[in-house]
Design a protein around this ligand. Structure first.
Ligand code: SF4
Ligand code: FE
Length: 483
């Protein structure tokens, strides 16, 4: 059995010598930090659920090459059934955490690297596929969490990587050595880096020949010398320092993003998966982004399930549940959420094998999936706020609720229906607040817009994949047009 328990996972992260900074200070023990811990708990859930027999089918998969049962996050998709189970697993985890559970970026990088390194080797006779498979087997054997990092800071967006006045705006090779390479640069708003054992680096966009040094991919342990992280702020993050489980809305789980700096990091030769093959950067970006756009048809749907449930409870608790407009709003939220799920399932069911044998989603449908994710969660949040009422942002704190003098007044005036405590009513409102505009809004709202690529990136892919010439032919045939 190669699967780690949740507790073993936590201790394995604790053992790493990561360089993490927040509020201008080094965080000596990220695992125990009250602001960061909820994000670790979310990843832990990917281990805990994999231990449960009732979730084994979704959370794990048997590797056909070795016969070993792996956590699905470290599995290579072998058929469309695997692609569908991936989305179902992500919905389940979204339901259990109501946050970003981070581990998907590694799974998506695994599958994109697997097929792309195979095709690079085929063209150039390189040995990247072997390098990658060796690295993958190492991670699978230890049930590691692997981060997948693509997004560079990019500096002046009108300039190519090599044309930037600061050459480090895109991560690049600064030295080629007989035993490896030295790289410098950064990956921005990087999900889950501090909760991962290893990090896979990929180029952020299609590179031209002049950007050869920027067409680089590799994997290193997250505590490699020269790597450090600067944690990104989340709205209301310091509420976690107040010790109130009610006021944070979601006391146990969260997500995390960081600016990850690579300050002259050495990468040994056998950990390199691309080194100058600029003509494959496009393939790698399209595939990784495609898989991650599929992912959003699972994770965001699971979080949406929690938000819809919370909105319905808020209505129950204040006596509005029977109002026809409230019922209709819940129907609309469900309709939008399930539409996203349809997209996640559809791009998976229409998946196809790559040359390497692993399966890739239908890229057009995956991009349509993510394009819808840039819109529907916003409408779902709007409806949740509508049902919740203004009290979700004006309610007093848990300290007031528990105060000897103020508590009775808070309880008396902020109650809803008989039989539901004011505390429970406030808890559900704080949860909605958390997902709509608190710490989880990073994962549910703004990440829905920009995670896995901003909306325009999907529109470019939709235009490439939409096959307008064929649609014109169809119209001509129907209209009996002969040219
Ligand atoms: Fe996974 Fe969703 Fe977080 Fe991406 S945003 S890492 S798909 S939970
Ligand atoms: Fe994401």
């Amino acid at each position: 059995m190669t699967l780690m328990t949740g507790e073993q996972y936590i201790e394995s992260i604790r053992a790493l010598n990561m360089q993490v900074y927040m509020f201008g200070k080094k965080v000596e023990s990220p695992v125990d930090d009250p602001i960061l811990r909820p994000s670790l708990n979310s990843v832990r859930m990917t281990y805990d659920l994999a231990q449960m027999p009732e979730h084994e089918d979704l959370m794990t998969a048997v590797d056909p090459d070795t016969g070993t049962r792996l956590n699905r996050f470290n599995h290579i998709h072998r058929n469309t059934g695997d692609l569908i189970k991936k989305v179902k697993m992500q919905r389940l985890l979204g339901q259990k955490t109501a946050a970003c559970f981070q581990r998907c970026v590694g799974m998506d990088a695994f599958n994109a690297m697997y097929s792309t390194t195979f095709e690079i080797d085929k063209k150039y006779g390189t040995s990247y596929f072997g390098n990658f498979k060796k690295f993958m087997a190492y991670c699978q054997g230890k049930d590691l969490t692997v981060d997948g990092a693509m997004t560079d800071p990019k500096g002046d967006r009108s300039l190519a990587p090599h044309a930037q006045d600061d050459p480090d705006m895109f991560l690049h090779v600064v030295e080629q050595r007989p035993d490896g390479i030295v790289v410098r640069g950064a990956k921005a708003h990087q999900t889950g880096a501090l909760n991962s054992h290893e990090i896979i680096i990929m180029p952020t966009q299609t590179m031209a020949e002049a950007d050869k040094d920027y067409a680089v991919s590799f994997a290193v342990p997250i505590d490699t010398a020269g790597i450090f992280m600067i944690i990104g702020r989340q709205s209301c993050d310091t509420r976690k320092l107040e010790g109130s489980d009610m006021d944070v809305g979601n006391p146990e789980f969260g997500g995390v993003e960081a600016l990850v700096v690579f300050d002259n990091v050495f990468v040994p030769k056998d950990r390199i998966f691309m080194n100058g093959e600029w003509d494959f950067s496009n393939m790698l970006v399209e595939r990784f982004a495609g898989y991650h756009r599929q992912s959003y048809g699972g994770c965001k749907v699971g979080v949406g399930d929690v938000l819809i449930g919370a909105a319905a409870l808020a209505a129950d608790y204040n006596g509005a549940a029977k109002a026809s407009h409230v019922k209709d709003k819940l129907i609309e939220m469900t309709h939008l959420n399930e539409t996203l799920y349809c997209c996640g399932i559809a791009c998976s069911a229409e998946g196809a094998p790559t040359q390497s044998g692993n399966y890739i989603i239908d890229l057009l449908l995956a991009n349509v999936c993510k394009q819808n994710v840039t819109r529907f969660p916003y409408e779902i949040v709007r409806l949740a706020e509508d049902i919740a009422g203004g009290i979700m942002v004006t309610a007093p704190s848990q300290k007031d609720l528990n105060d000897a003098k103020l508590g009775p007044y808070v309880k008396k005036y902020l109650r809803g229906v008989a039989g539901v405590s004011t505390e429970n009513r406030l808890r559900i409102l704080r949860l909605i607040e958390n997902m709509a505009l608190g710490t989880a809004a990073v994962g549910y709202r703004t990440e829905s817009m920009h995670g896995a690529g901003s909306p325009q990136a999907q529109r470019i892919m939709i235009s490439r994949q939409g096959n307008l010439p064929r649609k014109k032919e169809l119209a001509k045939a129907i209209a009996h047009i002969k040219e």
